[in-house]
Design a protein around this ligand. Sequence first.
Ligand code: ZN
Length: 343
Amino acid sequence: MKRGSARDHMPSKEEFEKLLKACELTDHPLLYRFIVLMTGIIGMRIGEVGHIKETWVDFVREIINIPSHEPCNCDYCRNTLKKTRKKRTGKKKKNTKTFEEELKEYWKPKTPAGVRSIPFGFNREVKEVLQEVITRYEGCPWSPKQIERRFRYLRDLAGMPHIHAHALRAYAATNFAYAGINAATLQTIMGWDDIETAVKYIRRSGALAEKEFERVFGKKKDSLSKFASKRIFYLTDLGKKLMNRKIRKDDEEWLRCLLNRLHERYLRQNSSVKISAADFKIYQLLTNKNMYQSQIAKKLGIRHDEVGDRIKILKSLGIIEPINPDSIPKFYKATRIVPVVLD
Ligand SMILES: [Zn+2]
């Protein structure tokens, strides 16, 4: 991730709470709260928040549907369209419609991936504030330009001039990743063009989880390594399902079939990787017995790094993710799967 990106200026949990508190000191607590929650909890772009209409919100299914376009004549839309038309001219492409004609189809999401559905029912505050704003105003009464200005006022009021409005979206994405939302879903909810951004957030949330471990188990490397060493993994959704499954009579066979299926699906490009009988034994020891890598090596009478190699496959199958991404290539130390429960 580039320096100076949204994630670097992201508020901490305390700062976010401070922002929300500061809303009460403004001339319009409801709308300020609305801005902070819509960007910081459900991760909408400011351009999107500024264009919310009653028709976007499905209160029964608790979903916001961002449409492919929405007629609008605000200063933000006029400026964006001006820039788009200028870009076209720069690329020697024709502007087939007149400005006013094209404005009838504006607003548009930033990219086609911006057309999406965002669930909001998981947060009571978002539900309440959204309901109230839509009931009172039938949409957001502030344009994106006004939102940006209002936000600058709010963050200064809260005494945090370093926080930018767009960093709230990064805050939401980080919390989604932290809560264990998978890359594909995160990409969809956030409306990103590529999955790479989602993967980066998930990796970084792993680093945050590691910090949380340090906080809980103490900063001393000793106490942490006694518990799990640096190479702590968290289970993906799939990993959790595997971990919590009822053990069947034919469990070994069942697990072998499942892993083979996953293997075919995820590693079709890499046909040289094959899952052997010893592999699924390792997976079993990891997932069922919660054993350290060194213990597994001893039990199976294989080399330490061989266990590490198989764990790498476990990762590429999407069953586990290491908390510290830097440790991916090496697995010489004890490895343990720890289901990380994140609040
Ligand atoms: Zn507009």
